[in-house]
Design a binder for this molecule. Structure first.
Ligand code: DX5
Ligand code: ZN
Length: 213
C-alpha cells in the first residue's frame, strides 16, 4: 500500500518541519489539497505555499485539485513538477482534453470522483490516466467520517481498470485509518491518502504511516 499523507492536517505554522517528518517517516507521496472556495466550501493553498512545500519534500507531490476552472490551476501548479495532478470529473466539461494537457506538461494525470459518482462514469477515460482517486468523504475538510460505499466503488473500478488499463492506480481519500485499511486493500486500492490519522497519531507520523503500510 502506498501512503500519501495529506498536509491539510499539518501545522501550517511549522509546515516545513511537518513535510520533512512525513518524508523521513516513510511516505510515498505528499498529498496537497488545493481548494478554491467555489468548488468546495473551503480555501487552502496556492502555488506560493506549495512551492515552499516542494522545496523541502523529498517525496513526489500528489496535487488534488478541488477547484473550478481546472485548466487555469493546472497551469499554476505545473512549474512545480508534481508527480500527479488530479481533477474532479464533476467539474470538468472536457476531461479528455485536460488529461492530454496534463500529460503534455510531463505530469501524470489522475481523475477524482466524489462519493456519489459511479466508476462507470469514467470508463472511457481510464485508458488515458495513471490514477483514479475515489473520495471517501465529501471534499472540503479533513477529519470527516469514512463513507464505506467507497469499498464497492473500488471493487467496481478495479474490474474496469483490469479491462481498460491494468497499470492505472486506485487512490482513496478521506477518513482513512487503521480501522479501514485492510478492507481498502482487499478492494484493490493501491494508494491511500490520510490526513488526520497521520498528523494526529499519538505516536507520531512515522508510526501512523507504518501502521497503514
Ligand atoms: C478532503 C481532502 C483530504 C483530507 C483527508 O477534501 O481531499 O485529502 O485532507 O483528511 P482525513 O484523512 O483527515 O479525512
Ligand atoms: Zn485530498
Amino acid at each position: 500500500m502506498l501512503v500519501a499523507p495529506s498536509i491539510l492536517s499539518a501545522d501550517f505554522g511549522n509546515l516545513a518541519d511537518d513535510v520533512r517528518a512525513i518524508c523521513e517517516g516513510g511516505c510515498d507521496l505528499v498529498h496537497v489539497d488545493v481548494m478554491d472556495g467555489h468548488f468546495v466550501p473551503n480555501l487552502t493553498i496556492g502555488p506560493v505555499v506549495v512551492s515552499a512545500v516542494a522545496k523541502v519534500a523529498t517525496k513526489p507531490l500528489d496535487i488534488h485539485l478541488m477547484v473550478e476552472n481546472n485548466s487555469f490551476f493546472v497551469d499554476l501548479f505545473a512549474p512545480l513538477k508534481p508527480e500527479f495532478i488530479s481533477f474532479h470529473i464533476e467539474e470538468e466539461k472536457h476531461p479528455h482534453r485536460l488529461i492530454q494537457k496534463i500529460r503534455g506538461l510531463g505530469i501524470r494525470p489522475a481523475i477524482t470522483l466524489n462519493p456519489h459518482t459511479p466508476p462507470e462514469a469514467i470508463e472511457f477515460l481510464i485508458a488515458d490516466v495513471d490514477m483514479v482517486l475515489l473520495m471517501s468523504v465529501n471534499p472540503g475538510f479533513g477529519g470527516q467520517k469514512f463513507i464505506a460505499s467507497v469499498l464497492e466503488r473500488a471493487t467496481r473500478l478495479k474490474a474496469l481498470i483490469m479491462k481498460r488499463n491494468p497499470n492505472c492506480l486506485i487512490e482513496v481519500d478521506g477518513g482513512v485509518s487503521d480501522a479501514n485499511i485492510e478492507a481498502l486493500a482487499d478492494a484493490g486500492v493501491d494508494v491511500v491518502v490520510a490526513g488526520s490519522f497521520v498528523y494526529k497519531h499519538p505516536k507520531g507520523v512515522a508510526v501512523a504511516i507504518g501502521a497503514l503500510k
